[in-house]
Design a protein around this ligand. Structure first.
Ligand SMILES: [Fe+2]
Length: 245
């Protein structure tokens, strides 16, 4: 029976304005993301329901935790692509980048021109969530010198990265593009990350938004976020470049 007081929990397609997700971990069993193909497909189904039409996957490359090999990742990406097509969800697997941790193993990578790029010359990088790494800014600069455009994943999640600090200013001056996580806006990573994400977006610093979907828990949080009016208004007010990818 129809109940006037029953809350509507269905997902809303508010992320259609972004069109493309450019950060998620949906290649099964290669990092701390999705564990199996069924889980990936379930996540993709939710992403379609909240409005996405294209998805670029970005498995972790992190020494020594995730020592992924680019060729192997590409092979597994093709399997995901086939399964997605067969599922009939109607969402496009539009590319494969890596999420490269700037760590002690990263410098060696600079000599190997094998970066999996999100699109064009864009390379997605992340920092440690706990402490700054000495020389990280120089490594980013070296990457740029090689002709790559650098996107820094979830700057709102690094508590040591002061929004008003010199390091932040330097990255913006160096044209490092910032990508915030959508789930930060709903408080998924805590109040501090939520506040910082809104602040960076309000300052006009954020070029891309990503879901960083790892599993169905994240997908459910994304569905919940699709009913958040504040986030909907933010997407109407600010422009992001996801569709360019
Ligand atoms: Fe990620």
């Amino acid at each position: 029976m129809f109940n006037l007081f029953k809350k509507d929990h269905s997902p809303r397609p508010i992320f259609a304005a972004l069109g493309t997700d450019m950060h998620c971990h949906l290649i099964p069993a290669v990092d701390d993301g999705s564990k199996c193909m069924e889980e990936s497909i379930e996540c993709l189904r939710t992403m379609k329901e909240v409005g996405y039409s294209r998805v670029i996957v970005t498995p972790h490359f992190q020494y020594p935790r995730f020592q992924n090999d680019e060729d192997d990742i590409v092979r597994r990406y093709r399997e995901l692509q086939e399964a997605t097509e067969a599922s009939g969800i109607g969402i496009e697997l539009a590319g494969i980048g890596g999420e490269y941790r700037i760590d002690s193993g990263f410098e060696k990578r600079l000599d190997e021109p094998r970066f999996l790029r999100v699109s064009g010359n864009y390379v997605l990088v992340e920092f440690s969530l706990h402490q700054p790494m000495m020389g990280a800014d120089e490594l980013i600069f070296k990457l740029q010198m090689k002709g790559y455009e650098v996107i820094l994943a979830h700057p709102e999640r690094y508590p040591y990265l002061n929004i008003d600090g010199q390091r932040m200013e330097q990255m913006l001056n160096q044209d490092v593009k910032l990508q915030c996580n959508l789930l930060s806006l709903g408080g998924f990573y805590g109040e501090e990350a939520r506040r910082r994400a809104f602040e960076m977006i309000d300052r006009g610093w954020v070029t891309f938004l990503g879901t960083d979907t790892h599993n169905t828990l994240y997908a459910q949080a994304l569905a919940d976020l699709s009913r958040n009016r504040k986030v909907e208004r933010l997407l109407e007010k600010h422009q992001f470049n996801n569709k360019e990818l």
